[in-house]
Write a protein that binds this ligand. Structure first.
Ligand code: BES
Ligand code: MN
Ligand code: ZN
Length: 473
């Protein structure tokens, strides 16, 4: 990871995040001239303010960054990476009275993760990538492996989403999955084009056939076949034009991100395999382009699905649930102990919780509690919405078993989740994430563009359930 250095050098600068009270206690122990210096800067540890102390030779001796009333946490450290000079390396120390102390494990992990998240940039197409490259000397107490895997997974998700649809079609998404599988010695099978019909993925095929670029079903298996089975499904729509029910220009603009759920499935798979969680993992990502070629599915077509449930296409733009229903039916048929899916499924989920919160649906109370607790611990903002069964009637179809759109315009994230639930057995411990997958506005550590949402929460939940003796975060 380019964001880190392994050890300090003679030019490494010490950085401390200080709350107002920590600063007050520290500065009281300093020399008269140091006190005068901070006084003249009018620095008191206010949020986001930076103050530097120079050494005799004019070089920076120490940098202080204010955190206001709060004590330092993940996003404060992310901010620090953007505030220090762009060259050189930095160590983080905690100020306590006159002492400068190393960070404890929890803070060390938060610091390294925040720094790493902030150091991400997508420069695949840039001739002159950003020259800002401040490096953090790995804090002694940090769990390097845990932080690195979280960063790698997040970078993977961001890169896959940020790559334009012209360079991230079904083939390229499948290629990324193959690379991941190879890295972890996982088995991978990719079912492509007409073979989807032979293998009984009719809905995946129906959506994907409207594009020159053939649809795929990506299928990864890893781990001890006798271990508890965890299955992860992700929506891999490499571009969502809406199909014949074409989106408006504004509605279509960001739709390269519509494979974000698939990217999350691969990111979570990376974390599970890298951590060698004692589970049997299955990953299913239907990868399609929702296009408008001559053979595209039409409104009011009736599709068959893997499960045999017939689906009336009320709207070709509700394509995510069509590809997911086949993948979920396959995942469910194997009786996994846990089934998790990620999808940039509905605009309605964004209306409900905005772009910065992952919407979670599950009927399993223990799973909901574990996911929400893990979300809190990893600062991965998640909110639960109800799988309100009475709304199922809005999906009734006059000609088929179910319609892919609701007959009412309200509660769209819920009706979409209910559609999916038809393909998962009632008893299954199943969690569905309806996510934005994109930072619409830049925040510290989260630049505009592709973003992992619900990923840290999901892995942390799995880690607590399957490897409780490791305590990374
Ligand atoms: N990929 C979109 C959902 C989406 C849009 C997610 C914008 C995040 C931001 C999905 O395929 C879609 O088009 N959904 C429709 C469903 C409708 C036709 C029932 C929507 O949300 O408008
Ligand atoms: Mn759509
Ligand atoms: Zn879509």
């Amino acid at each position: 990871m380019d964001a880190f250095a392994n050890r300090a050098t003679a030019t490494t600068v010490s950085v401390s995040l200080v709350s107002r009270s920590e600063f007050k206690a520290w500065v009281a122990t300093q020399s008269k001239s140091t006190k005068a210096w901070f006084k003249s800067l009018d620095f008191a540890g206010e949020t986001g303010r930076v103050a530097q102390l120079s050494a005799r030779d004019g070089k920076i001796a120490r940098i202080l960054i204010g955190t206001g009333k709060e004590s330092a946490s993940l996003w404060h450290f992310a901010r620090a990476a953007g505030l220090v000079p762009g060259k050189g390396s930095y160590t983080l120390e905690r100020l306590e009275g006159k002492k400068a102390l190393p960070l404890d494990e929890k803070l060390a992990n938060a610091a390294a993760l925040g720094w790493g998240l902030a150091r991400y940039s997508f420069d695949r197409y840039k001739k002159s990538p950003s020259k800002r490259r401040p490096k953090l000397v790995w804090p002694e107490a940090a769990d390097k492996a845990a932080v690195t895997r979280t960063l790698e997974a997040t970078y993977l998700v961001r890169d896959l989403i940020n790559t334009p649809a012209s360079d991230m079609g079904p083939a390229e998404l499948a290629e990324a999955a193959s690379e991941l599988a190879a890295k972890h010695e996982a088995e991978i099978e990719i079912i492509e084009g007409e073979a989807l019909l032979d293998e009984n993925y009719p809905a995946v095929h129906a959506v994907g056939r409207g594009s020159e670029r053939a649809p795929r079903l990506i299928d990864i298996r890893w781990g001890d076949p006798d271990a508890p089975k965890v299955s992860v499904v992700g929506k891999g729509v490499v571009f969502d034009s809406g199909g014949l029910d074409l989106k408006s220009a504004g509605g279509m603009k960001l739709m390269k991100k519509d494979m974000g759920g698939g990217a999350h499935a691969l990111g979570l798979a990376h974390m599970i395999m890298d951590a060698k969680l004692p589970v049997r993992l299955r990953v299913l990502v239907p990868a399609v382009e929702n296009g408008v070629a001559g053979d595209a599915m039409r409104p009011l077509d009736v599709l068959n699905s893997r499960k045999g449930i017939t689906i009336e296409v009320g709207n070709t733009d509700a394509e995510g649930r069509l590809i997911l229903c086949d993948a979920l039916a396959e995942a469910d048929s194997e009786d996994p102990e846990l089934l998790i899916d990620f999808a940039t499924l509905t605009g309605a989920a964004r209306v409900a919780v905005g772009t910065e919160i992952a919407a979670l649906f599950t009927d399993d109370e223990a799973l909901a509690a574990d996911l929400l607790a893990a979300a809190k611990a990893t600062r991965d903002t998640t909110w639960r919405l109800p799988l309100h069964r009475p709304y199922r009637r809005y999906l009734d179809s006059k000609v088929a078993d179910i319609n892919n759109i609701a007959s009412v315009g309200t509660g769209g994230a819920i009706t979409a989740a209910l559609f999916l639930s038809e393909f998962v057995s009632r008893k299954r411990a199943w969690a569905h994430f309806d996510i934005m997958g994109w930072n619409a506005q830049a925040r510290v550590g989260r630049p505009v563009g592709g973003e992992a949402m619900g990923l840290r929460a999901s892995f942390e939940m799995l880690r607590r359930r399957y490897a409780p003796e490791s305590d990374a975060e």
